[in-house]
Design a protein around this ligand. Structure first.
Ligand code: KIV
Length: 301
């Protein structure tokens, strides 16, 4: 803080700070004993072995990523859910690699502890392992991701193998896979019935054998997710997949109560949308009445 011309404290302008501007104070690394200072992929399996649940949220920009990193969230996923959550699209299908590179770069810049995972968007990895490698390299090289995630089971195992061979950690994604929404007939629970459950287990094993470091399970019956969690040595991260997964992930806007709607499996842990609306209304009221800016928020000379 510095003194303003009017004698009141004002925030030091970012330009006066060196070397890098920080929108929020530097955190002490979340203090829980035994928790890593910087989350790395080997911590994932160790957490599973110790029975410690992993925490994961989506993040799409610097300020929210900074808050989640400070809050001690282990894994931040720059998901292609940016299409629905941030860009107002009906599906994730229109999200481009270029859009995600920008979002991943912002999130990676914010993180001191969280491991940053970049989603590979629809059309950027399915054609071949080479295509997946080229996209993943952009996410690491241009954007600073620590790992990538993409959807699918056996059919993308060659992609997982190639990226792992190139030193890029891969998170798998099974169950409801939004990029296949048209084929799946909408947002539906997956893995119901014996055949579907067997297929999902086989896909999970195929991803693990190809080198995946963890597998996201989306909208899967809880008993099936528990079974996959039991079978796999790498952690499962559930979203609408019950309590027995090794970790949980939510889209942050659903978790924080940012929007008017959230899926049934997403508990709202705050009312950030209401708080933001209240702040915007209070600001508008004070501007209209002339109460803002007051002397404390003005340069008087
Ligand atoms: O894009 C995304 O946010 C995701 C999560 C729902 C797992 O893939």
């Amino acid at each position: 803080m510095t003194e303003s011309a009017a004698g009141s404290p004002v925030n030091t302008p970012h330009s006066a700070k060196s070397p890098a501007p920080r929108a929020f104070p530097m955190s002490a690394v979340p203090a829980a004993p035994g928790r890593p200072k910087r989350v790395r992929v080997h911590h994932l399996r160790e957490a599973k072995e110790r029975g410690e649940r992993l925490t994961m949220l989506t993040a799409y920009d610097y300020p929210t990523a900074r808050i989640f990193d400070e809050a001690g969230i282990d894994l931040l996923l720059v998901g292609d859910s940016i299409g629905n959550a941030m860009h107002g699209q009906a599906t994730t299908l229109a999200v481009t690699v270029d859009e995600l590179v920008i979002a991943v770069r912002s999130v990676a810049a914010a993180c001191e502890r969280s491991l940053v995972i970049a989603d590979l968007p629809f059309g950027s990895y399915e054609a071949s392992p080479e295509q997946a490698l080229a996209t993943a390299v952009r996410m690491l090289k241009e954007a600073g991701a620590n790992a990538v995630k993409f959807e699918g089971g056996k059919r993308v195992a060659p992609q997982v193998r190639m990226l792992t061979g190139a030193g890029i950690p891969v998170f798998g994604h099974l169950g409801f896979t939004p990029q296949s929404e048209n084929l799946l007939g909408g947002k539906r629970v997956q893995g119901r019935g014996d055949d579907a459950a067997e297929r999902l287990c086989a896909d999970a094993v195929a991803l693990q054998e190809a080198g995946a470091v963890a597998v996201v399970l989306e909208m899967v019956p809880a008993p099936l997710a528990a079974r996959v969690t039991e079978i796999l040595k790498v952690p499962t991260i559930g979203i609408g997949a019950g309590a027995d997964c090794d970790g949980q992930v939510l889209v942050w806007l659903d978790m924080a109560g940012m929007g008017d709607w959230a899926p049934r499996f997403a508990k709202q842990f705050g009312q950030v949308g209401t708080a933001l609306r209240d702040a915007a209304r209070a600001y508008a009221d004070e501007v209209r009445t002339g109460a803002f800016p007051d002397r404390a928020h003005s340069f008087l000379e």
